[in-house]
Write a protein that binds this ligand. Sequence first.
Ligand SMILES: Cc1ncc(COP(=O)(O)O)c(C=O)c1O
Length: 374
Amino acid sequence: MIYLDSAASFPILPEVRLALMDAFENCYANSASSHLLGEAVSLKVNKVREKLANEIGAYPSEIIFTSGATESNNIAFKSILFSETAPKNKKHIITTQIEHKCIFAITEYLVTLGYEVTYIKPNSDGLITMQSIKEAIRPDTALVSVMHVNNELGTVNPIDEIGELCFENDIIFHSDAAQSFQKVDIDVDDLNVDIMSFSAHKIGGPKGIGAIYIRDLRHKELTPVIHGAGQEEGVRGGTVAAPLILGFGTAIEKFKSYYSDFSDNRIKNKLLDKLNSLEIEYVENGVNTIPHCISITFPTIDTETLVRDNENKLCLAQGSACSSKEIEPSHVLTSIGLSREMADKTFRISFSFNVTEQDLDFLCAELKRHNQYI
Ligand SMILES: Cc1ncc(COP(=O)(O)O)c(C=O)c1O
């Protein structure tokens, strides 16, 4: 199988696999227990908290471990907006048309509680501009949420500019960093973000673990997403998933050295060179993109047959992975102006670390073979 879908999930790093096995075997004690083994696990979990905080210029006390970015996004909206300290008269939210679908599920729920939501359209390059957010701000805007890197296009939004705008207007700013963490530099102060969501399986860590950064967390009196026995500052009850957290910690430590494989768009450019030399017509969607991910429309290729013919050979995404089995065209592609037909002819190709020259050759040969106009 040729795996070109790492934006949906990166394969587990070898070091993470070892760390997980070790943790499952040796770190079985409950980190809340006051005995020696429990305290040893708690110490290790807090080392990962420290590691994540250091990576993003935050304090460890501002990090909560969650089950992944979906849960973190739920906390970012619900725990914050329902908190004691949230302004009661502000019920307007700004987010974008290109967020991950979990954000829409959350905002649709909030609308039933009386919140109003403005969804910002990206420009034709797939970027959310600071100006478009500025025009949408109202006196009753409570929260702005703009993803750092888009999961279908790989575009990097100008989070620092949007963050500064929110800071000037005293509006809470959240950014979903599931796709950007360890691929794009993050400093929460430079970016002016108040809340940020992370996921381990996008960086070669295990599924089912992620985190959220919340500025000055201990002063926020947040409403829990899971009521429990006080774990994770009382926001997220349940026994802390220590082995998964330790695996996440190893992924944080190791991922960047693997990711340097993609630097200077080396592999992306190789693919584009091959497409050019085979005279395959394509349009690249989005600008200012991360190096391992590319969204390409192939106007002359019968993509449906290509996918069907290669279902046992190729893993790539038509639209976003989470919705690729749906018949609806991708909301991201249509928001940047692609027709339904062109959205269907678009692949998100996201390289994994072990991608070879032969893999790229195979993909290009299949594209050429399914060209409708030769
Ligand atoms: C931008 C973005 N946000 C959130 C998620 C959901 O992350 P998780 O699987 O950790 O809940 C994803 C995963 O596809 C994503 O790409």
